[in-house]
Design a protein. Structure first.
Length: 207
């Protein structure tokens, strides 16, 4: 049997994942669930693209890195736009089903924490919110220990011939990104002398 649109996208499974818990159910709970599920899908795509971006930087493929950065920033713009949809739900509407959520909170999103880690905002204490041995904990532990996007960018600059200090290139990747006056001087040099690499800088700033 030929592959169908529904089969390819697993639509039956996808459209069965919106399961309101309120009685009735309350009308706006469907919107609340869909918005947050869509956010998680975009988080998944962003992590996918950032991994690709790190690979492009590691190979010195600047045009492909810029293309991937543009896609990531467009996804971010879309995510911000979704807030406008969520704001069509009034506080009264939200309170009509909020008690059904018990202690559940968006702060528990492990993909959001992965994004924080991969962008350099690393904090080991975050891990304690995810039980040892769980898939979520393993994913976060991996992201904590691997080089961040900033680390990949510094390596990219080094490969382009810039004298990035060894202390910055070989630092412990599980530590948060730190300020470096030497790197700041290099960035000024990039902006002055290297139009293509400076575009990478500009798009990274928007992240």
């Amino acid at each position: 049997m030929a592959l169908t649109y529904g089969d390819y996208l697993a639509l039956d499974e996808l459209l069965d994942l919106q399961r309101p818990r309120s009685e009735g159910p309350e009308h706006d709970e469907m919107l609340f669930i869909v918005i947050h599920q869509v956010y998680e899908l975009w988080f998944k795509e962003m992590l996918h693209e950032i991994d690709e971006l790190k690979e492009r930087l590691s190979t010195g493929d600047t045009p492909a890195a810029l293309h991937t950065l543009k896609r990531i920033l467009t996804v971010l713009k879309t995510q911000v736009g979704q807030v406008d949809i969520l704001e069509t739900m009034t506080p009264i509407s939200f309170n009509s089903f909020r008690d059904r959520l018990d202690t559940a909170s968006g702060f528990e999103s492990y993909q959001f924490r992965e994004l924080e880690f991969v962008l350099g905002h690393k904090r080991d204490p975050v891990l304690r919110h995810y039980p040892a041995g769980t898939p979520e904990r393993r994913r976060l532990q991996r992201r904590l220990e691997e080089p961040s996007l900033w680390d990949a960018f510094l390596r990219f600059l080094s490969d382009q011939g810039y004298e990035v200090p060894e202390a910055d290139l070989d630092r412990d990747p599980s530590e948060p990104t730190r300020e470096s006056p030497e790197v700041q001087e290099i960035l000024l040099q990039v902006y002055a002398d290297d139009p293509l690499a400076s575009q990478v800088c500009e798009r990274l700033v928007d992240l």
